[in-house]
Design a protein. Structure first.
Length: 337
């Protein structure tokens, strides 16, 4: 689940607790080009307010008007946009796109509260809607479970927000944290060094001043966590990497040149990590796109993580990788010593 879903659920809960009629709209199926993927959510309050998105904007406006006017006689139901050329043009659906939307009236706050409670505990939870009866049920889910709609039941899996733990509170971490927040990550920056910690100021990113191994154990042990070591100080980076590589963390990366990362792997092997665990280390971290500035390096890091999250097979481009000569010259932080 992305944190925009979390915003939809939290806002819907606020409306329900205030006694307002609240509707939930889910993209059930798409054909052709679609502005939003299946599973995308929109919550609509009877007073016309809404949060989330199922299209580029025009569908939302039409839905809000129809729901406020109570034009739907039976809920839950499937409503379709983009069937005719006129609808496609009217609602801004590109290239003959079509949307099937599940529309339901939320019965009360407790089922929504239960989903949010599971997410706070970093558990995956599935939510099933039966169109025939309107019954809503919740069940435990796994990372392999996916969104599904067979015309009778719709199942959406909610999971905790992706968490990014950055080791080091320097300039590169600042750029990476700011971009990661825009990508809906829950960002934590760990740095026990007082001079770095006291200068940290990125709204929305939590600062943790514990030792890196303690931070990984406490905050980044599940498959929706990412750990990236950015301090250049082996005493700090290696502590985090030892814990992260032995855990279920989705992605583990470390800044530094190829030579530096070779030395790092040798150190970690002596500390007891297996060859299989070391194979998980992305170092040098990020895609080899010739990054030079901290912002460019942050883009490279988050681009690689994004690609892997979406199952994109990455091919190394040797021509773009730092050479031994520029590793020595250290023209960019990604190849720094």
């Amino acid at each position: 689940m992305i944190s925009s879903d979390l915003e939809v659920l939290r806002t819907a809960l606020d409306w329900l607790e205030a006694g307002r009629d609240t509707y939930l709209v889910t993209v059930a199926k798409t054909w052709g080009s679609s502005p939003r993927p299946v599973g995308s959510l929109l919550a609509v309050c009877a007073d016309g307010r809404f949060v989330g998105s199922v299209s580029g904007g025009c569908v939302e406006d039409d839905l809000v008007g129809r729901l406020s006017a109570r034009t739907f006689k039976k809920l839950p139901c499937i409503d379709t946009y983009g069937v005719t050329g006129d609808q496609t043009a009217r609602f801004g659906l590109p290239c003959g796109g079509r949307l099937d939307l599940l529309i339901e009236r939320l019965a009360g706050p407790e089922p929504v509260r239960a989903v949010l409670r599971a997410l706070d505990e970093r558990r995956l939870i599935g939510r099933r809607v039966c169109l025939a009866t309107g019954e809503i049920s919740l069940h435990s889910a796994s990372a392999q479970d996916e969104f599904g709609f067979d015309g009778r039941d719709l199942v959406k899996v909610f999971g905790p927000a992706w968490r990014l733990l950055l080791i080091g509170a320097g300039q590169l971490s600042r750029c990476t944290a700011e971009m990661a927040l825009a990508l809906d990550y829950d960002v934590v920056v760990c740095d026990p060094r007082e001079d770095y910690a006291q200068n940290w100021a990125v709204p929305g990113a939590v600062l943790d001043t514990s030792m890196p191994d303690d931070a990984v154990r406490a905050l980044a042990r599940d498959a929706r966590s990412v750990v990236v070591a950015l301090t250049h100080d082996p005493k700090l980076d290696d502590l985090a990497l030892i814990e992260a590589l032995a855990s279920r963390v989705f992605y583990v990366g470390a800044l530094g040149s190829k030579a530096n990362n070779s030395r790092r792997r040798a150190r970690l092997r002596k500390m007891g990590l297996t060859a299989e665990q070391l194979e998980r280390l992305h170092g040098p971290v990020g895609l080899p796109i010739g990054s030079r500035t901290p912002a460019e390096i942050a883009i490279a890091i988050l681009a690689e993580i994004t690609a892997l999250r979406h199952g994109v097979v990455l091919t190394t481009i040797d021509a773009a990788a730092p050479t031994q000569e520029n590793e020595t010259a250290c023209p960019n932080l990604r190849a720094s010593c």
